[in-house]
Design a protein around this ligand. Structure first.
Ligand SMILES: Cc1cc2nc3c(=O)[nH]c(=O)nc-3n(C[C@H](O)[C@H](O)[C@H](O)COP(=O)(O)O)c2cc1C
Length: 214
């Protein structure tokens, strides 16, 4: 079980490290891995914590409590590659376990202009985020050493799962696809995924992993 920590809305950004630390102190015995969520667009200002300085302070604050738990940072699909490279640098320098790519997007570019509720605020998930989430994942995979990468964003079927692993994911997560697909979504996706591997003559996940990095 993964535990995803986000700063409380009412906490000032300057006090964020202590907020993450307090949550981690309460929960660090209750998960197999932990996630610093600094990428949700639904908490004002949260995504500023993806910058190098604040991110280092948050990771340090968590490590003070218990340095031994697997720790991930979850990034936004809206970060440009130079900003992602800074997060990568921090992740590698501080030897965290890995990165999760990605959270929801604030971009509406991919939606046709007449899409209902197109201008609603908040994070967009599912198919509209898939392409950018895959690009971000591939960028992280190309440029990271020894980090575990979790791919998330727009997985609905076996091909979507295949695409994530081909772009370097070691693990994958699903949210929106599961909401639409219901309880059988994961077994269905896995069955389809295995069928694609067999069709393509791919014998292991290692063989697939990173094969579409370009
Ligand atoms: C209703 C909803 C709530 C979410 N809440 C969180 C959250 O609290 N923390 C977080 O890191 N990501 C949150 N996410 C983002 C998802 O975990 C995931 O990164 C994103 O939706 C992309 O994956 P998907 O296309 O499979 O939904 C949320 C997404 C949705 C749709």
């Amino acid at each position: 079980m993964g535990v995803n920590l986000g700063k409380s809305k009412i906490t000032e950004l300057a006090d964020a490290p202590k907020d993450y630390q307090d949550s981690y102190r309460l929960l660090n015995k209750n998960g197999s891995y932990f996630v610093v969520n600094v990428s949700s667009p639904n908490t004002p200002g949260l995504r500023n914590l993806q910058e190098k300085g604040p991110l280092i302070e948050i990771i340090q604050a968590i490590r003070e409590v218990n340095p031994d738990r697997p720790l991930f940072v979850k990034v936004a699909p809206d970060l440009e590659f130079p900003a992602l490279d800074e997060v990568l640098q921090v992740a590698q320098d501080m030897k965290i376990t890995g990165l999760i790519a990605t959270n929801t997007t604030i971009s509406r570019d991919i939606l046709p202009p007449n899409t209902p509720n197109r201008d609603e605020t908040g994070g967009l998930s599912g198919q509209p985020v898939k392409q950018r989430a895959d690009e971000v994942l591939a960028h992280l995979a190309k440029n990271s050493k020894d980090l575990t990468l979790i791919g998330v964003g727009g997985i609905f079927d076996g091909q979507d799962l295949y695409d994530k692993i081909a772009r370097g994911a070691h693990l994958c997560q699903i949210y929106t696809g599961w909401i639409y697909g219901g309880p059988h979504t994961v077994p269905n996706i896995l069955e389809e995924f295995v069928g694609i591997l067999q069709r393509d003559g791919i014998k292991s996940l290692e063989e697939l992993r990173g094969s579409k990095l370009g």
